[in-house]
Design a protein around this ligand. Structure first.
Ligand code: 4G0
Length: 223
């Protein structure tokens, strides 16, 4: 999968070269291209923002550098063009799985009070939010989208870390996990996990999943 990132803050993205995503990029499974929106402004002071028509607080990103950087990144409109904003559809595991099917994504990151509406109307396919809160820049939302989607790109996760059994993919929260030692600070690992009876372990985990989901996220059970 190729991900084209349009941003005023390109220095944020080297973090993606760590860990599982870094390995996926080394293997060529995931490719990122960073476009600095400021490189595309024709303004003599390199400005990419201006006051909002009609007044009000804050600044708005102006259309010219946004349009020109989108055209440079995706001239034939082969990517799904996404704008990160608090007004977008809320990201969920379902949305993640849908996005993972695309060969190419473009992520447009706004700052300030957002971008000129005409760019959304003319150039953007899909407005996406990572949750009901406001960030200083869309880039931190983009990092969440990239990480969550990359996990669904075939080959990115090893078989031991696959997406099939985890929270949300089964519609339940996860059961508690334990590792060695069998006793830590006086707290013992539940006996059932030590006995090697896999049917019993499976049943125990399912019960724990249902219990924690009932307690914290009854909405996931439809109640
Ligand atoms: C557009 C996304 C973009 C409008 C971006 C801010 C949160 C999210 C931005 C604004 C973002 C999210 C109106 C402040 C940039 N914050 N929830 N910040 N306004 O996905």
């Amino acid at each position: 999968m190729k991900i084209k990132i349009l941003t005023l803050f390109p220095e944020i993205y080297p973090a993606l070269h760590s860990g599982v995503l870094g390995k996926a990029m080394d293997k060529g499974l995931l490719e990122t291209e960073i476009y600095n929106i400021r490189d595309y402004t024709t303004d003599k002071h390199k400005r990419c923002d201006d006051y909002p028509y009609g007044g009000g607080a804050g600044m708005v990103m102006t259309p010219q550098p946004l349009h020109d950087s989108i055209m440079a990144a995706d001239p034939d409109h082969t990517a799904l063009r996404i704008y990160l904003s608090p007004k977008g559809e809320t990201l969920s595991q379902k949305v993640v799985e849908k996005l993972a099917k695309y060969d190419s994504l473009l992520l447009l990151n706004g700052s300030y009070e957002g971008i000129d509406q005409r760019i959304i109307d003319a150039d953007i396919d899909y407005e996406l939010s990572v949750g009901d809160y406001v960030l200083t820049v869309g880039d931190f939302a983009s990092l969440i989208v990239i990480d969550s989607v990359a996990r669904y790109v075939p080959g990115v996760l090893g078989s031991s870390e696959s997406t099939g059994e985890e929270s949300f993919s089964q519609g339940l929260l996860e059961y508690p996990q334990y590792s060695r030692p069998a006793e830590f600070m006086g707290m013992k690992v539940p006996e059932v996990l030590l006995n090697g009876n896999h049917a019993e372990i499976h049943a125990w985990r399912r019960e724990k999943s249902l219990e924690i989901t009932r307690l914290r996220r009854p909405d996931l059970l439809g109640s």
